[in-house]
Design a protein around this ligand. Structure first.
Ligand code: SAH
Length: 204
């Protein structure tokens, strides 16, 4: 449907955060990592023709990519109105439809087939990632695709199982964090990040 190089081009065209908020852990997903998540979801039949929800969508790189890969409908929830403004323009420029809502993730109620997310890693504010995992498993009828720091493996696997999902796959993805916040001391840092896939194992 879309070659890797073309998908990368679509993702690269989505701008990042003009003034990233450290409190919200606003870190744009690197295009290669975003493509890995989207292509994995596509291969497993969780994007094309499916309803998709992006939690903490930021400027929409994952949401726009999902729409471009043929998702039936894409919903994006993001607390920062400025980021949503950028995302709306980027979706229009990409020629895809994304339904945006400026809201806290805890208010997300839309049930979908597939949840995709690059949530806060909980590195700035302890526990910031928790409502994302709670909502993701509550709203995904079929699968969840998400990134997380390798440090939080135990918590993430447990929170999935407690909510009726199981780990379908987990693999390390190359992730260079380019200097985003003033407190970052290096131009580039290699993070240990996992790409997770969860499948619902029980009916609700
Ligand atoms: N998904 C985007 C951005 C990832 S950064 C991308 O892949 O590029 C994490 C995002 O979560 C940021 O945009 C941040 O503003 C948002 N966020 C953080 N806490 C939130 C909350 N409680 N509710 C909704 N969005 C939140």
């Amino acid at each position: 449907l879309l070659r890797h190089a073309e998908l990368i081009r679509v993702l690269e065209a989505v701008p990042g955060f003009p003034r990233p908020h450290p409190d919200l852990e606003q870190v744009l997903t690197p295009s290669e990592a975003a493509a890995l998540l989207l292509e994995e979801a596509f291969r497993r039949g969780d994007l094309f023709g499916r309803s998709v929800l992006d939690l903490g969508a930021g400027t929409g790189r994952l949401a726009i990519g999902a729409a471009r890969l043929g998702a039936r409908s894409v919903y994006a929830v993001e607390t920062d109105a400025d980021a949503v403004g950028i995302g709306r323009a980027a979706a229009r420029a990409a020629g895809v439809r994304v339904s945006w809502r400026v809201a806290d993730v805890t208010t997300a109620r839309r049930r979908v087939d597939t949840v995709i997310m690059n949530p806060p890693f909980g590195a700035q504010r302890r526990g910031a990632d928790r409502p994302f995992w709670e909502r993701a498993h509550a709203l995904a009828g079929s699968a969840v695709y998400a990134f997380a720091l390798a440090d939080s493996r135990t918590f993430i696997a447990r929170s999935a199982v407690e909510r009726g999902a199981h780990v379908e796959s987990n693999r390390a993805v190359p992730w260079d964090l380019v200097r985003t916040f003033a407190h970052h001391r290096h131009a580039k840092v290699r993070l240990s990040v996992d790409l997770w896939t969860f499948r619902r194992s029980s009916k609700r």
